[in-house]
Design a protein around this ligand. Structure first.
Ligand code: AMP
Ligand code: GLY
Length: 435
């Protein structure tokens, strides 16, 4: 078995790690990969945007199947090309990837299929968009329709803020083509969850839910990032809630996509808001989440390779065993470079913890310099995942290991999982017996 992994971040390192656990004889080829993945397989110097190069690599390497990490190559039609070349690939076609890459497409599909989500309307005219924001009243949400690197969403607390966001997108082209069309959306209140499911287009294998931490600062303060940490399981998402999301969100979405002739295969990720009226969709992603994947895969007891290979081969997941999970908790802490989420300077020398037996260190923005030393090469540098019997112990172990990932200007949050800690019952303490 040989698997090509497209991408080079922490998510792809975690996927490589899990596939090798599931089958230690599985050969990994990654494009472009990173120094962490290089310890598990081979890295090929092919960019994720070079689809011709990736097709050629998959053929030369005679890979069993290919897994695509980021959304960019999915949007660009990697899966369509691979399938046309007869190559097995895990991921959605470009048309199906619109569930993430076009917020307008996703919203129209959800509203037509009766999937619970915030109501929204699409505009290209600033005055009409502003009228809609005034009609809804603040707080109100303004979104660029296309992919804007996670920065195209403004949760406006005032109408002034909403109007500035509309002007920035439609008049000043702050997000280029991605913001040539905006959605003005109803504000939802509640806790957010990330829920993944592997799907053949009809049947699905849901994961347990995880929670991401998007803000740079402890207590969820400061600017948004790609994700500073994640944890699982989430006690406000028991199996009944996952079932509800499968019935009310995943099943009708997959059915609607099949009905319009663009079935979704691969990993469908629902960003859910737990509102007072139940779970509602904030957004869909057409790929594994980062850093949720780094938190979830170490907790996954069952085999991931087989269902992924089945979907890549175009086989059905009907009758596949549900995914099984270890007991305990997983906490992933991201160690980021100085300046992140703004501009970062690459090339800082990295020291990793000496004892890595009790944690998993997933590389994201790392590289080898000319002398072979490990240096920073991006905003999010590594993700450290710890498993422990309780969320408190997992948080402590993850933060302790993150503190031993050292480079100039390193920053990380010590509070990943804090919401769960405010909820988690104290375990291991026996109340005093009555006298
Ligand atoms: P998105 O890129 O669509 O996931 O949005 C980024 C973040 O903006 C989400 O994770 C939410 O925290 C917030 N957000 C998006 N849409 C809404 C909404 N309708 N109501 C409240 N918050 C939202
Ligand atoms: N963790 C959020 C994402 O992967 O989009």
């Amino acid at each position: 078995m040989k698997v090509l992994i497209v991408g080079g971040g922490g998510r792809e390192h975690a996927l490589a790690w899990k596939l090798r656990r599931d089958d230690p004889t599985c050969e990994i080829v990654a494009a472009p990969g990173n120094p962490g993945i290089a310890a598990l397989g081979r890295c090929a110097n092919v960019k994720v945007s070079d689809i011709d190069g990736l097709v050629a690599l998959a053929k030369v390497e005679r890979v069993t199947f290919t897994v695509v990490g980021p959304e960019g190559p999915l949007e660009a039609g990697l899966v369509d090309r691979f399938r046309a070349e007869g190559l097995a690939v895990f991921g959605p076609t470009s048309a199906a990837a619109r569930i993430e890459t076009s917020k307008r497409y996703a919203k129209e599909l959800m509203l037509a299929a009766g999937v619970p989500t915030a109501s929204a309307r699409t505009f290209t005219e600033p005055s009409a968009a502003k009228a809609e924001a005034r009609r809804l009243g603040a707080p109100v949400v303004v979104k660029a329709s296309g992919i804007a690197a996670g920065k195209g969403v403004i949760v406006a607390m005032t109408l002034d803020e909403a109007e500035s966001a509309i002007d920035a997108m439609l008049v000043d082209n702050a997000f280029g083509a991605a913001g040539a069309e905006v959605l003005v959306e109803e504000f939802m209140e509640g806790e957010e969850l990330s829920l993944f499911a592997i799907t053949d287009g009809t049947h699905l294998l849901p994961f347990i839910a995880a929670q991401d931490h998007k803000r740079i600062g402890e207590g969820d303060t400061g600017p948004n990032t790609g994700g500073m940490g994640a944890y699982a399981p989430v006690s406000i998402a028991p199996p009944e809630l996952v079932d509800e999301a499968v019935q009310r969100v995943f099943a009708p979405t997959l059915r609607a996509m099949r009905d319009e002739g663009c079935p979704f295969t691969g990993l469908l990720y629902a960003g859910l808001m737990l509102t007072r009226q139940g779970p509602k969709v904030v957004e869909f992603n057409c790929r594994f989440g980062d850093p949720e994947t780094q938190a979830l895969l170490p907790l996954l007891e069952s085999n991931l390779l087989e269902p992924m290979r089945a979907v890549a081969d175009g086989r059905s997941l009907a009758g596949a065993a549900p995914l099984a999970w270890k007991t305990g908790a997983s906490v992933t802490t991201v160690v980021a470079a100085a300046g992140y989420p703004g501009t970062v300077k690459p090339g800082a020398a990295i020291t990793l913890p000496a004892d890595t037996a009790s944690v998993s260190i997933f590389h994201a923005g790392t590289a080898r310099d000319g002398s072979g030393a490990l240096v920073t090469a991006g905003g999010r540098v590594v993700a450290v995942t710890a498993l422990a019997p309780t969320i408190a112990a997992a948080q402590a172990a993850s933060a302790a290991a993150a503190s031993q990932v050292t480079f100039t200007g390193s920053q990380y949050r010590r509070d990943i999982g804090w919401r769960e800690l405010t909820r988690a019952p104290v375990t291991g303490v026996t109340p005093p017996a009555p006298v």
